[in-house]
Design a protein around this ligand. Structure first.
Ligand code: 5AD
Ligand code: SF4
Length: 492
């Protein structure tokens, strides 16, 4: 096995670190860069990294930030988990996401045993749960670094500490230690750190963090903290910079974008922000995610209806069609209010695609409750829907509610719902067959390199014959054939 010498520049990071951000993180980036250079020289090859992302768009965006910092430090990106630093950005919205991480940690340990340069890091929502961190401390001692969702901006500093704890002189004397830094909450938003972009032509943009809604099944408010909005001028500046850099599509991200700006010193509405973003030269398409039905304003509908640049797509989580269950879920709307909201949106924007999230098997869900959900699904006719089996999350009110639903009952309902959702979605998709639509080309098709793959404004996927030079362009495409969830097209 390759013997690693102590880092000679150990403790380089200590001492002169500025206290203010982001200067402090740039100091640590520089220190970590020196460590990585030294380790790469010992290895005789550049050190590599891999970030694996679980869960939602927020995590995907956080991973871009983490990747940006790793690249700045001098690690080289690789596609495999056989890397010198593997970071899992975890999700804990449902139990199966957690299990996946534990399963894969064992397999990572196999790589680490063969590669003395390898460090393993864990971050994201799952790490905000004390029981998870305890389990990792007990059973996965080989993990080098754990941090949560509130201190991502401190990644360079944490990584520096982990490099010292793994390869420094103390690590030699006393053994490697696991660096754990979890914060329970923070209001701090640090701007202007390095960030990598997965695509040159589109980007997610965080507009807010956290959630204050406390839906009774959901762990997000506990692991992502209280709702806080970025300042509009910071967001608009970021979008202008992206546009100047060739980005044509931005997706504004928040757990509940409709309550954007309410807690700012000078309150600001999401509708206004959306309009301002759409006004930026070079931006051709604006998307956003996610909208809570209780907060969707008439002002927002009006802004969407007016602007060609705002995509004809609204993700509007229903969760349940039963007013009784919605109340227990703490969703703050009724079945009727949801239906009339959909009607209002469609009246103003007839070609809008409406998609949703639905949970099946919530505690106490009766056959009647479930039928109410099926009824709303049929009435609305969603363009697509993410359906989830209820998953019990420790610490949420629903976890201790009576009437937990047996798995077979929930699964049978889930299958019924999924069939209905798919039947409706493919019927809806058929209506665009034979039309010409604007498609933003995203990449070469993975299965057939003579095809390119892109998305319509309503988020539908289209494959059509094309070449790499089309990537990042918005083209007119004739939709020759609808295949249920995607189209086969032809550029016009
Ligand atoms: N069980 C199942 N699904 C859940 N979601 C959130 N929490 C749970 C849970 N405990 C779903 C909701 C949400 C989506 C992101 O995940 O439908 O909108
Ligand atoms: Fe969870 Fe509800 Fe917040 Fe969405 S709005 S993140 S479901 S608590």
């Amino acid at each position: 096995m390759h013997q690693i010498n102590n880092l000679t520049q150990i403790n380089l990071s200590k001492g002169l670190a500025p206290t203010e951000e982001p200067a402090r993180q740039y100091h640590y980036i520089k220190a970590a860069r020196a460590y990585i250079q030294e380790l790469s020289a010992q290895k005789g090859a550049p050190l590599t990294f891999h970030v694996s992302t679980f869960g939602c768009q927020m995590n995907a965006r956080d991973s871009e930030k983490l990747t940006g910092i790793l690249e700045e430090i001098g690690y080289q990106k690789t596609d495999t988990e056989e890397a010198d630093f593997v970071l899992y950005n975890t999700c804990t919205v449902r139990e199966n996401a957690n299990n996946k991480v534990y399963g894969r940690l064992g397999y990572l340990n196999g790589f680490q045993k063969k590669n003395p340069f390898m460090m393993i890091g864990l971050c994201g929502c799952m790490m905000q749960e004390p029981a998870v961190v305890e389990k990792i401390k007990q059973s996965y001692r080989f993990v080098n670094l754990i941090f949560g969702t509130h201190n991502i901006y401190k990644f360079a500093e944490l990584l520096c500490t982990a490099l010292e704890a793994t390869f420094g002189s103390n690590a030699k004397k006393m053994g490697r230690s696991m660096i754990i830094d979890i914060w329970q909450d923070t209001d701090k938003i640090v701007e202007e750190l390095p960030v990598e972009r997965k695509y040159a032509f589109k980007s997610g943009v965080n507009i807010m963090f956290g959630c204050d809604n406390f839906c009774s099944y959901c762990i997000v408010p506990y692991v992502r903290g209280r709702e806080r909005s970025r300042k509009p001028e910071d967001i608009l500046q970021e979008v202008r910079t992206l546009a100047a850099d060739g980005v044509v599509e931005v997706m504004l991200l928040g757990q509940n974008v409709n309550s954007y700006g309410k807690n700012l010193k000078e309150p600001y509405t999401f509708a206004r922000l959306l309009q301002e973003v759409a006004n930026i030269d070079g931006i051709e398409r604006v998307r956003f995610m996610t909208s809570h039905p209780k907060d969707l304003s008439d002002e927002l509908i009006a802004v969407m209806a007016k602007s060609e640049k705002i995509c004809r797509h609204l993700h509007l989580p229903l969760q349940s069609g039963s007013t009784r269950l919605l109340k227990v879920m703490n969703r703050k709307y009724t079945k009727e209010q949801y239906l009339s909201l959909v009607e209002k949106v469609r009246a103003a924007i007839p070609d809008i695609a409406i998609t949703t999230d639905i949970i099946v098997g919530f505690p106490g869900e009766t056959e009647e409750d479930f039928n109410e959900t099926m009824n709303v699904v049929c009435k609305v006719g969603f363009d697509s829907a993410f359906t989830f089996l209820y998953s019990k999350r420790t610490g949420t009110p629903a976890a201790s509610m009576e009437g937990q639903i047996p798995e077979e009952t929930a699964k049978a309902r889930f299958d019924r719902l999924l069939r209905k959702v798919q039947e409706i979605a493919s019927k809806k998709a058929m209506q665009y067959e034979g039309t010409v639509q604007k498609v933003l080309v995203e990449h070469i098709n993975e299965m057939d390199e003579k095809l390119v793959t892109g998305r319509m404004g309503n988020n539908s996927i289209v494959h059509f014959p094309g070449t790499a030079d089309m990537i990042g362009k918005i083209l007119d495409v004739y939709l020759k054939e609808c295949k249920g969830f995607y189209y086969i097209g032809e550029a016009r």
